[in-house]
Design a protein around this ligand. Structure first.
Ligand code: C5P
Length: 393
């Protein structure tokens, strides 16, 4: 993982995970980045600035008033020179200040005065993370283009278990390599299908699959972050298009098939959509009237978009999904072989449908790789990192 020549401001705020930021600082320096650490006063209660000064080889930025620049504009210069600011850990209080655009300490001011991308790695007690104001602030920050890394789920310093742990330093390092342009998919074209399809019965009724589209949208976002040019072919969902992604809306499986073919040659195809396997033969032109008699619908098979693309002589690297309700491993591996896929992602339908989090198992030629329960964006980033070495083989 190289960050050679990259200038990174590592913001540290007050939380027990601040001790992990010391290891992160060490990893960043080892990866070749020039690191300038900025600490809030609360952070200094957990780890001393001297630790970060020793690890980064530079004085720590702490106060707006201790301004060592000749023009007194250190708060602006520091972030102007940076390729990225990462705040890790980002406390609930800091996220709130950031969401409000406050400039009440040096780190907040650096974030406000920046021209470079900003990423945050939240870390806090699980109730603080779940609290409505925190979730509101996180949504606002995401809408403002701030990258949110984590939090992970697990045992917390307070003794409770749940989401709120800072991502591990190695995971943050990998995410940063993507965010600073050294992305693992730089220069590649990636096509993602997401959401359900809707197969009409008549003008007001139809058949569909249960799918929120959240996993596919998260994968499109993770692929963009990794430097790819991403097209998202989406069935009907209520989700916002991730920044930087081009979205093509479709309704039926036939539309989705046509839209995927129309995109032309790709490097990677990730089929996340829950495509309806059948459509109704002879869609009624007018609303079918209710009667006491039973109604028979004749269903005809839809094209298998993924199998079609995977069978092409110039096939991109194809990734399939399998949401099963039982016997996940056998079903998923059988599906991978049937569709001739180098990588298939399996999950339990009852565990993931509509949820913001999931637990996945990746199936490839080397066997099974479980990804423990996490939010879908974290899983999507892990999936992207997993597929790159398989592509190059
Ligand atoms: O065969 P099954 O539907 O279980 O396989 C699921 C995988 O195949 C998913 O990746 C899904 O997006 C893809 N698929 C497809 N076109 C279909 C059916 C499934 O691309 N008609």
């Amino acid at each position: 993982m190289s960050l050679a020549g990259k200038k990174i401001i590592l913001g540290v705020t007050g939380g027990i995970a601040a001790y992990k930021a010391a290891e992160l600082c060490r990893l960043l320096v080892k990866a070749g980045a020039g690191v300038r650490v900025a600490m809030t006063e609360a952070a200094c209660q957990f780890v001393t600035p001297l630790t970060f000064q020793a690890l980064s080889g530079q004085p720590v930025l702490r106060s707006v008033w201790a301004n060592d620049a000749a023009d007194g504009m250190a708060h602006i210069h520091a972030s102007r020179e940076a390729d990225l600011i990462l705040v890790a850990p980002a406390s609930a209080d800091f996220l709130a200040r950031l969401a409000q655009g406050r400039a009440d300490d040096l780190l907040a001011t650096l974030c406000l005065a920046r021209t470079c991308p900003l990423a945050v790695a939240p870390a806090m007690n699980r109730e603080m993370w779940a609290a409505a104001p925190t979730q509101r602030n996180v949504q606002q920050l995401a809408a403002d283009g701030v990258r949110i890394y984590g939090p992970a789920s697990g045992k917390q310093a307070c003794g409770e278990t749940g989401p709120g742990r800072m991502l591990e330093p190695a995971e943050l390092l990998a995410a940063l390599a993507d965010a600073t342009g050294a992305g693992v998919l730089a220069g590649l074209r990636v096509l993602v299908t997401a959401g359900p399809t809707f197969e009409p019965i008549d003008p007001v009724r139809g058949l569909t699959n249960r799918s929120s589209g959240k996993m596919g949208y998260a994968i499109a976002q993770a692929a963009t972050e990794a430097g790819a040019t991403v097209c998202l072919v989406s069935g009907p969902t209520c989700l916002a298009t991730p920044a930087g992604v081009r979205r093509v809306d479709v309704v039926t499986a036939a539309d989705m098939h046509a839209a995927v073919l129309a995109e032309g040659r790709q490097d990677v195809f990730i089929a996340v959509a829950a495509v309806a396997d059948y459509r109704v033969e002879g869609v009624a032109p007018h609303k079918i009237k209710k009667s006491a008699a039973d109604l028979q619908l004749n269903l005809v098979a839809n094209p298998d978009i993924l199998a079609d693309i995977a069978a092409r002589p110039d096939a991109p690297f194809c990734v399939g999904f399998a949401a099963e309700t039982e016997h996940l491993a056998e079903q998923a591996e059988a599906k991978r072989r049937r569709k001739k896929l180098p990588l298939l992602v399996g999950n339990l339908a009852q565990d993931t449908l509509g949820s913001d989090a999931a637990e996945l198992i990746l199936f490839d030629d080397h066997g099974q790789h479980p990804l423990p329960r996490a939010d879908k964006l974290t899983l999507a980033r892990q999936l992207i990192r997993h597929l790159v070495p398989l592509m190059n083989r």
